[in-house]
Design a protein around this ligand. Structure first.
Ligand code: CA
Ligand code: ZN
Length: 302
């Protein structure tokens, strides 16, 4: 299997990213990722203020995907996520969802044992590894978007369902797509309230397919049971609205419904969820059961 090393990283997604690696559709490949602090934290004495902030949020890549053309959809199957045996989580003064309540920086090193994160002697959290940052080159009009920020191209979506066994669909803006990823979390709750997950280096096994000439406004995630639109905006309500509008558009097209019908169907069957509340753009998702819509019909009619 092709191994893509974590030493080539980007700190932004743009229209003019330069290829560092190349993969073909249908081939399995493994991507090594750094943690979001580039492994600068190795013990609990290392607080946020002592770190090189310029090295935060490295994403491994860019990976050129043979045959991907602007206007296609990149189908990224997340086959496996392996995380290291130790990660970190911290408070950052003036950051997170309760910035006014953080009086001091605290760093916690957290070990992983037998698929549990050992928070303390009596608090053990079952791990659920996920990818925090994954995206492709941006549209020209969107310019350069730092890897700490999620938008239409993906990026720092910090969405718990971007996990092993799910499939992420990203809109391709340039030939080759230019995929990059990093910022694994061994576990994270929806919201990522204190501004970090359990930040950890690791390895992700992916396989890519290309869906030709289909337009999606936002990343779409397919889990075992659901289809989710993931949208991001500085304002969480606006992000929720953008996710819902794209879901309604998908339902109108794939089920031949009027706006009003799709709106009512959404009120009955779409779950609005929070991905994260703490990044420069906040992320929300609109999820619907695969009993109602599957990705095959979705992409046939789009
Ligand atoms: Ca993140
Ligand atoms: Zn992270």
């Amino acid at each position: 299997m092709k191994v893509i090393k974590g030493c080539d990283v980007v700190y932004g997604f743009s229209f003019d990213m330069e290829e560092k690696y190349r993969v073909s559709p249908g081939e399995e490949f493994l991507v090594e990722t750094n943690d979001c602090f580039y492994q600068q934290i190795q013990n609990e004495d290392e607080l946020i203020e002592n770190l090189d902030h310029g090295a935060f949020n490295p994403a491994t890549g860019p990976i050129y995907v043979e045959g991907a053309r602007a206007g296609d959809v990149l189908k990224v199957k997340i086959k496996k996520i392996e995380v290291d045996s130790k990660g970190c989580s911290l408070t950052i003064p003036d950051a997170g969802f309760l910035p006014d309540r953080v009086s001091q920086a605290l760093t916690k090193i957290i070990e992983i044992k037998d698929d549990f994160a050992i928070f303390s002697d009596d608090i053990k959290i079952p791990i659920r590894p996920m990818i925090g940052v994954i995206g492709v080159a941006t549209r020209k009009e969107d310019g350069l978007i730092a890897t700490d920020t999620p938008f239409r191209h993906g990026g720092n979506m910090d969405t718990t369902d971007i996990t092993q066994g799910t499939t992420l669909y990203l809109p391709v803006a340039v030939d080759g797509a230019m995929l990059a990823l990093g910022d694994l979390h061994a576990v994270m709750g929806d919201g990522e309230v204190c501004v970090t997950g359990l930040e950890i280096p690791g390895k992700v096994t992916l396989e890519i397919e290309i869906i030709k000439n289909k337009k999606i406004a936002w990343p779409i995630l397919e889990s075992k049971d659901s289809i989710q639109v993931i949208a991001s905006d500085p304002n969480l309500e606006k992000a929720s609205r953008l996710a819902l509008l794209e879901m309604i558009r998908i339902l109108e097209k794939s089920k031949s419904l009027s706006f009003e019908e799709a709106y009512i169907l959404s009120s009955l069957a779409v779950d609005m969820k929070i991905s994260q509340l703490v990044n420069p753009n906040k992320t929300a998702r609109a999820a619907i059961s695969k009993d109602i819509i599957d990705t095959k019909t979705l992409f046939e009619k789009l």
